[in-house]
Design a protein around this ligand. Structure first.
Ligand code: FE2
Length: 214
């Protein structure tokens, strides 16, 4: 998200019923319109009387939050991360995704994981292994090497470049799946927009100096 304060809620990139049966309309409504929106609102409130930080990009707020004043530091860490993570989460799903990665990304998955099933297994282990609320990630470094990570709460994997993320906060799945996080993950995996990710990997690899800490 190429934004500065004041941040705005990106619209859901598809209809609320477009991801059924994997994610139902009620889940998407609450997740996007209530939870995601709350992170945007809270981040704007935190920065509303902090003009010196209103020019910071969302990525800078996420990876440089430790430089912020005491009274907003943890709040910005939580809410900027909440905006950044949800922005990616909703964008990497699609109603009718193609089934496999292509191009450079397909080659990188083979090189770094062996095959797509091995990547899924690693992502699922991260998603199920995250104790409490958090995120599972597929990221790449400045050499384009892929790896799977997990983060707690709303922390991001920056400065590694995020490519794919699965929200494992209960608010992402509890209405539909209750405590069945593994079932949620398996169904979410079917929604991954591999054509988009393949293009993102190709483009961002060519602009890696834009990644934080470069
Ligand atoms: Fe969420």
């Amino acid at each position: 998200m190429e934004q500065h304060y004041p941040f705005s809620l990106p619209p859901l990139p598809y209809a609320y019923d477009a991801l059924t049966p994997q994610l139902d309309q009620r889940t998407l409504h609450f997740h996007h319109d209530k939870h995601f929106a709350a992170y945007v609102d809270n981040l704007n409130k935190l920065l509303s009387d902090q003009p010196e930080y209103q020019s910071w990009s969302l990525e800078q707020l996420c990876w440089d939050w430790c430089q912020l004043p005491d009274d907003i530091r943890q709040g910005v860490r939580n809410n900027a991360g909440g905006v950044y993570n949800h922005d990616l989460y909703f964008k990497i799903m699609a109603p009718t995704p193609a089934s496999t990665p292509s191009g450079d990304l397909a080659g990188a998955i083979t090189r770094d994981f062996g095959d797509l099933q091995a990547l899924k297994d690693a992502m699922k282990a991260a998603a199920l292994g995250q104790f409490g609320s958090g995120w599972a990630w597929l990221v790449f470094d400045r050499e384009g090497r892929l790896s799977v990570r997990k983060t707690a709460n709303q922390d991001t994997p920056l400065p590694l470049c995020p490519l794919l993320t699965c929200d494992v906060w209960e608010h992402a799945y509890y209405l539909q799946y209750q405590n069945r996080r593994a079932e949620y993950f398996d169904n979410w995996w079917q929604l991954v927009d591999w054509p988009q990710l393949s293009e993102t990997y190709r483009l961002r690899r060519s602009t890696l100096p834009r990644c934080p800490n470069d």
